[in-house]
Design a protein around this ligand. Structure first.
Ligand code: FIX
Ligand code: ZN
Length: 436
C-alpha cells in the first residue's frame, strides 16, 4: 500500500479487536481482507471497444493485436527511426515484430501499456523475454475464440462488458440485422460521435438507412434523426448513449452538435429514460500521421457540466474527463448534482500513479458514490492486465480510506468491504442504468 505508515496506526495492532466479530483485528488483517475482496469481486466493465464473438472479425485478440495497440504505436515512435508512413505500409505481423523488438527487447518495458503486455504474457504462462513472437503466435493460433473468451473473462473476473456500438458502421449493422443472438454478457452502448461530431459526413450514411435527413438541421431532420435513434435503441437495447467530446466543447453551443444535442439527443434520453455518457477532453488528431495513435487531450471547462446537469434534471449523465486537471472539479460538480455519475480514469489517466491519485480524491469527496474504473480495452486479452492493474490500485486506495476511518474510530466489517467493492465494480453502474 502506498504511503501508509502502519506505525501511525499502532493502536490497531494492539489486539483491541475481536477476530470473531467480522471486523479485521489489525492493519495486516484489514489489508488481507481488502485485497481478497477486491480480487474476487466481479467487474461490470462499462466502457470498452470489445465485441462479442458474434461480431466475428471485430472481436480482436492475440499477440499481433495486443502489440498493435495504439498506445504502443505512439510509444514505438519515441524510439524507432521507422517513420509513421513506412510503419503503416507494413503488414500487421511485421508491425508487431517491430514493436516487440523495439519496446520489449531493445528497451525495458516500463510504461503502463508495455507492462500490460508483459502481465498478459506472464499470466498466460508465456515467455516475457522472448527474442521473437513465435511462441506467443503459436499459443494464440491454438485458441478457439469462444473458449478463449471464457478464459479471459474468468482470469480477469469480468462478468459483463459494455461495447462501443456505432450505428453507422456497416460491419456492425450487418450483425445487428442478422439473426444471431448476441452473448448476453456483452451489452451495447450507442455511440453518437459521428452523428454529433461529424454531422455533414453522417447525413448520407443516415439517409442510406432510409431516414430523410439534411445537412441543415430543420424540423424534419430533427424528427427523422430522433426516429433513427429510436429505431437503433429498439434494436441494440443500449445501456446508454455515449459521445466523446473535445476539450473546447461548450454547452449550450451554436453548432450542429449543440443543436442536435438539444433537439435530438437529450429529448431521446428523456423519452427512453436512458443515460448519456459524456467523455470530455479529447483533442483528435494532434498528429494525424500517427492515425489512431495521434489523438491528444486538452483541459476542458467543467462549468459546462453544471449547466447541462442543471438544465436537464430528468437526464442522467455518466461523465469522464480526459485531463488530470479537470478531476477535482468533476468531483465538486458531482457533489451538487445527483444526476451525475463520474466514471473511470480514461486513456491517458489509466496509469497507476494517476488512478491512485484520482481514486483517493474520489473516496474523499464522494465516498463510494462513483464508478472508479472502466478498461477501455480494444483487444480482449487487455482485460487481463487492465483489471489486474486497476484492482491493485483501487484496493490500495480503499485500504487507505478504511485505515483512516479506523483511525477516526470505526472499523469496517468484512461484509461492508464486500458491499463497497460490489458497488464500485458493478452495483453503482447497474443501478444507474436500471439493471436492478
Ligand atoms: O473515444 C474513446 O472511446 C476513446 O477511449 C478511444 O477512442 C481511444 O482511442 C482509446 O482507445 C482510449 O483508450
Ligand atoms: Zn474508449
Amino acid at each position: 500500500m502506498n504511503n501508509l505508515n502502519t506505525k501511525e496506526f499502532d493502536y490497531l495492532t494492539a489486539g483491541n479487536g475481536n477476530a470473531t466479530d467480522g471486523k479485521p483485528h489489525d492493519i495486516n488483517e484489514l489489508r488481507r481482507q481488502v485485497d481478497e475482496v477486491i480480487a474476487a469481486t466481479p467487474v461490470f466493465d462499462l466502457h470498452t471497444h470489445l465485441f462479442a464473438t458474434q461480431f466475428g472479425e471485430l472481436n480482436l485478440f492475440g499477440i499481433d493485436e495486443l502489440l498493435n495497440y495504439h498506445y504502443l504505436i505512439a510509444e514505438l515512435f519515441r524510439y524507432s527511426p521507422v517513420a509513421p508512413a513506412e510503419f503503416w505500409r507494413m503488414e500487421k505481423s511485421a508491425q508487431a515484430d517491430l514493436i516487440w523488438r523495439t519496446l520489449f527487447v531493445e528497451n525495458t518495458p516500463l510504461s503502463e501499456a508495455t507492462r500490460g503486455v508483459i502481465a498478459v504474457l506472464s499470466i498466460l504462462g508465456l515467455n516475457t523475454r522472448a527474442k521473437n513472437l513465435s511462441e506467443a503466435r503459436e499459443f494464440f493460433a491454438a485458441q478457439k475464440p469462444a473458449e478463449y473468451l471464457e478464459n479471459v473473462l474468468k482470469i480477469s473476473r469480468v462478468s459483463d462488458v459494455v461495447m462501443t456500438n456505432d450505428p453507422l458502421d456497416d460491419a456492425e449493422i450487418k450483425v445487428w440485422n442478422g439473426v444471431e443472438q448476441i452473448d448476453s454478457r456483452f451489452h451495447a452502448a450507442l455511440r453518437l460521435d459521428r452523428l454529433l461530431n461529424g454531422w455533414t459526413e453522417a447525413v448520407p450514411l443516415i439517409e442510406k438507412q432510409n431516414y430523410a435527413v439534411h445537412t441543415k438541421i430543420d424540423e424534419r431532420t430533427i424528427n427523422e434523426t430522433r426516429r433513427f435513434l429510436d429505431d437503433w435503441i429498439r434494436k441494440m437495447k443500449p445501456l446508454y448513449l455515449g459521445v466523446s467530446l473535445p476539450d473546447d466543447f461548450a454547452y449550450p453551443e451554436e453548432s450542429p452538435r449543440g443543436k442536435l444535442l438539444k433537439e435530438v439527443v437529450l429529448p431521446t434520453c428523456k423519452a427512453h429514460n436512458i443515460s448519456l455518457a459524456l467523455m470530455i477532453g479529447v483533442r483528435r488528431q494532434v498528429n494525424p500521421a500517427l492515425k489512431l495513435a495521434g489523438d491528444g487531450l486538452g483541459r476542458a471547462d467543467v462549468s459546462i457540466l453544471s449547466r447541462i446537469c442543471a438544465k436537464n434534471p430528468e437526464v442522467k449523465f455518466l461523465v469522464t474527463f480526459l485531463s488530470r486537471e479537470n478531476q477535482h472539479e468533476l468531483c465538486v460538480v458531482a457533489r451538487k448534482f445527483a444526476n451525475l455519475m463520474p466514471f473511470g480514469c480514461w486513456w491517458f489517466l489509466n496509469n497507476s500513479s494517476i488512478i491512485s491519485e484520482i481514486t483517493r480524491e474520489r473516496f474523499e469527496m464522494l465516498g463510494t458514490s462513483f464508478i472508479p474504473q472502466h478498461s477501455d480495452a480494444r483487444i480482449l486479452d487487455q482485460l487481463i492486465y487492465k483489471w489486474h492493474h486497476s484492482r491493485r490500485i483501487i484496493a490500495d486506495a480503499l485500504l487507505e480510506s478504511y485505515a483512516a476511518l479506523w483511525n477516526d474510530g470505526r472499523r469496517v466489517t468484512r461484509a461492508e468491504i464486500e458491499r463497497d467493492a460490489a458497488k464500485l465494480f458493478s452495483g453503482n453502474f447497474r443501478g444507474w442504468v436500471g439493471l436492478e
